[in-house]
Write a protein that binds this ligand. Sequence first.
Ligand SMILES: NC(=O)c1ccc[n+]([C@@H]2O[C@H](COP(=O)([O-])OP(=O)(O)OC[C@H]3O[C@@H](n4cnc5c(N)ncnc54)[C@H](O)[C@@H]3O)[C@@H](O)[C@H]2O)c1
Length: 430
Amino acid sequence: MAAKETCFGVIGISGRGRGMLAELLSVEGVKVTAVCDKYEDRARDGVEIVKKKAGYTPDSYLDYRQLLAREDIVAVLCCTTWITHSRIAVDAMRAGKHIAFEVGGAASLEECWQMVRVSEQTGKFCMILENCCYDRNELAIFNMKKLGLFGEIIHLQGGYQHDLRDEISMGDLIRHGRIQNFSNRNGDLYPTHQLGPIAKLIDINRGNRFLTLSSMSSKTRGMHEWLNNSPDVDRILDSLDITDEQAAWFKEKYLDYHFTQGDIVTTMIKCARGETIFLIHDCMLPRPYSRNYRVQGTKGIYMEDKDSVYFDGVSPRRHDWEPFAPYRDKYEHPLWKQYAADGIHAGGHGGMDYLVLCAFAESAINDLKPPIDVYDTAAWMSVTCLSEQSVALGGAPVAVHDFTDGLWIDREPYRRGKYCLEEVCTDFFE
Ligand SMILES: NC(=O)c1ccc[n+]([C@@H]2O[C@H](COP(=O)([O-])OP(=O)(O)OC[C@H]3O[C@@H](n4cnc5c(N)ncnc54)[C@H](O)[C@@H]3O)[C@@H](O)[C@H]2O)c1
């Protein structure tokens, strides 16, 4: 049955918002009737994307509250800066809209609680768009875990290891939002890319929960070194649409600039069922991209950085790694099997952006529970402000809040379906 056409609004049309807007328009049943950015040129970009891709003209706004006041809009996609997500989410739910917003961490526990309470009061969902939960590898690992290949899960690792020295430091010149955070905060600013898949793997908020965390931050050198000594900086400045005065101002500013964010922030989380999670945040030093995923149980281990697995009694040689690829093919999640059979249209990040948007749209169009709910959103995002607290306390453990208020022990059933992240619902693909 074709999905009924439903009106969406999109807020925040910078690099990510442009990509996600275009991707959302290719999801069945979605009609984007309004776009918004606080910058006029970016709001205009949003209009052009919709015109080009969908053939109609949406309204555009500079104030997101005007978009939220529209009666036709059922759900909102928000791709704004980290410190604006929860405010916009709360306002959207109060205006009667479901909301999904891009990844980022929370600046306070209060904002997490507010999202939870407002979602409970309004009955509107609030979903963090953690696309990595739908990555091909992550879903194959999820399937393998559910089939018992890893045995009982003991330890997990993950992180955001992404050299973003140019994007972050040039934020003032390119109107990009991360710079203020790296200049003023110190903690795991971006925990959810691997924490999301990890949390789903070990039933966080449904039989398990994060109990405490402890974070440490290294000294900060990477950005300063790069800005003052790398030839890449002049090359990038030359490629930007800026004046000589702006380039000179930029170089002067960073001569003696202090970033508060440490180059490497490591966090350990202890879970109620006994698992440990090791997270790493690493965006200010030279390195290739990796999410450092590792899943280790009583029967075997997967390690992203070796792209390898080992299973007791299954792997041909004891103590020797095997390549992961044949396992991924054998244990491919049915969602990816279907996506491949339909002819993967790829899009952002190899296809996972499209899949997370499909998951969001399916829930919004049919007014159903999302696969990543407000309790997941709050728990995952809270790791940021808690890690800041722990770093400030010299690595002291801090308590992670239970945003379910005890219901993690005995929750209402989750919604089964193609995009379910609690179970592999093979019957939905027959
Ligand atoms: N999931 C992923 O793989 C992925 C990849 C890249 C970025 N992101 C996330 O997407 C989000 C956006 O990233 P970006 O790189 O485009 O950031 P950005 O800072 O370049 O853009 C944010 C946009 O939001 C707009 N904005 C901020 N506050 C607003 C408000 N109150 N009303 C209207 N517009 C407002 C800004 O004007 C800007 O255009 C971030 O949360 C980022 O972490 C996710």
